[in-house]
Design a binder for this molecule. Structure first.
Ligand SMILES: C[S@@+](CC[C@H](N)C(=O)[O-])C[C@H]1O[C@@H](n2cnc3c(N)ncnc32)[C@H](O)[C@@H]1O
Length: 397
């Protein structure tokens, strides 16, 4: 197949040689007029040396998203990358213990602008690049093909594409059933041997915060028999792990639906909800009133306070306020897990915020562990931008 050619400016091909997937508009020397957003192009350096294939976008600042760095057919590369990403997960997850995980992690799997989460036999895709948006039909065929090859039974595929990312690519909102059984809205899954009922259509993110799996394992281990406060608890993930280990848990979330599903998940795992506490409340208010010296473990896993660059200043203040509230009220010898999923605040910046909160509350604090990434959220060594999640496990004296 013949693809249009795009040439980069002199010395602007370094990123491509470094196998980074994004080429910004300032690097493009010339491209044919009237290219459609998302169209596949052949990318050349200023000396007409071929560099690879990419999705072109005439308006976005990320003007090219590289598909491949060689001469192979780009659709074949996409299929091969999908196959490899499926296989990678198969080698790490035992379905009888964990059957929900991220199958495709965008650039982490060489597929810029595509994520797919697997909840048992239901897949949820998120398309945030114009390129994959144009290739929806081909993508569906490839996914079904590869699933058949690997003998994976797929019942439904849903679209939960993120609005903001799509807006940046000039794409309309997109959600709903893509393929398969229509009424498969709630899926029963298992994570680390714990059952969850997941609402893949209306739940937060694509249903579960799959990216915290390893930290949930770690916390369940250290919470044995302890009193655990799970702030921003969503559908009870951290609480369930702890409660299964005989901890007494308090789960706080502002969303009524989240608290109801946390209770449901407790029952699903034969845990007595009357022996645990569930609060539908704003964590900031709750922490003001609560006696935190009653707890041995406190988890703070808020939503991203900085969703955009412009939010960073206020977000830093909110993280500081939250951590100060906790540090100022916990007893000596409390374990605190503090997290940030704000893409625009990096690990060093987050650590500085925690340091400030510690100094201002005059607490002696040690780091027991840093964030443990989940294997399904693979990062691409050459394109590290997807590393948004930070957490520190602290010992507060
Ligand atoms: C990142 S998620 C937590 C994920 C959870 N730790 C898990 O492992 O599944 C953030 C949660 O905070 C809740 N939330 C957002 N703002 C809140 C607030 N001010 N007070 C309490 N909960 C809040 C959301 O409803 C959401 O469930």
């Amino acid at each position: 197949m013949k693809y249009p050619r795009v040439y980069l400016k002199s010395a602007k091909d370094k990123v491509v040689h470094g196998k980074h997937h994004w080429i910004f508009s300032g690097a493009v020397m010339n491209a044919p007029k009237n290219l459609k957003k998302g169209e596949i192009v052949k990318v050349y350096d200023s000396s007409s040396r071929f560099l690879g294939y990419g999705f072109y976008h005439p308006q976005n600042t990320i003007q090219i998203r590289m598909i491949s760095f060689d001469n192979g057919d780009p659709l074949y590369t996409i299929k091969q990358n999908l196959r490899n990403s499926f296989r990678l997960r198969m080698s790490f997850f035992d379905d009888s213990q964990t059957n929900c995980f991220r199958l495709v992690n965008s650039e982490g799997d060489g597929l810029s602008g595509l994520t797919i989460d697997k909840y048992d036999d239901c897949l949820v895709w998120q398309i945030s690049s114009a390129g994959f948006d144009l290739l929806r039909k081909e993508l569906l065929d490839i996914i079904l093909d590869v699933s058949r090859e690997l003998k994976w039974k797929i019942r439904s595929i849903y679209d939960r594409s993120p609005r903001n990312a799509r807006k940046a690519e000039g794409l309309n909102d997109s959600s709903g059933l893509v393929w398969g059984e229509e009424d498969l809205q709630e899926v029963l899954v298992i994570e680390n041997g714990i059952k969850f009922l997941v609402d893949v259509v209306n739940g937060q993110k694509t249903g579960l915060f799959l990216d915290m799996r390893e930290m949930r394992i770690l916390l369940s281990e250290i919470s044995k028999g302890k009193k655990v406060l799970n702030c921003f608890g969503y559908n009870g993930g951290f609480s369930l792990g702890a409660a299964m280990n005989n901890a007494y848990t308090t789960t706080v979330d502002i969303s009524k639906d989240a608290i109801e599903s946390a209770k449901y998940n407790f029952r699903l795992n034969n845990l007595d909800v009357s022996k645990h506490r569930f609060e539908c409340a704003d964590v900031f208010d709750f922490l003001q009133c609560e006696n935190l010296s009653n707890y041995d473990v406190v988890i703070i896993d808020p939503p991203a306070f900085a969703k955009k660059k412009e939010d960073v200043y206020n977000a830093k203040r909110a993280y500081e306020k939250l951590n100060k509230l906790v540090f100022s009220k916990v007893k000596s010898g409390t374990i605190v897990l503090t997290c940030s999923c704000s893409f625009h605040i990096n690990q060093d910046e987050f650590m500085s915020i925690i340091k400030r909160a510690g100094i201002q509350t005059r607490r002696k604090i040690r780091i027991l562990s840093k964030h443990r990434m989940s294997f399904d959220h693979v990062l691409n060594l050459y394109h590290i931008e997807n590393d948004y999640l930070k957490s520190f496990l602290l010992w507060v004296e």
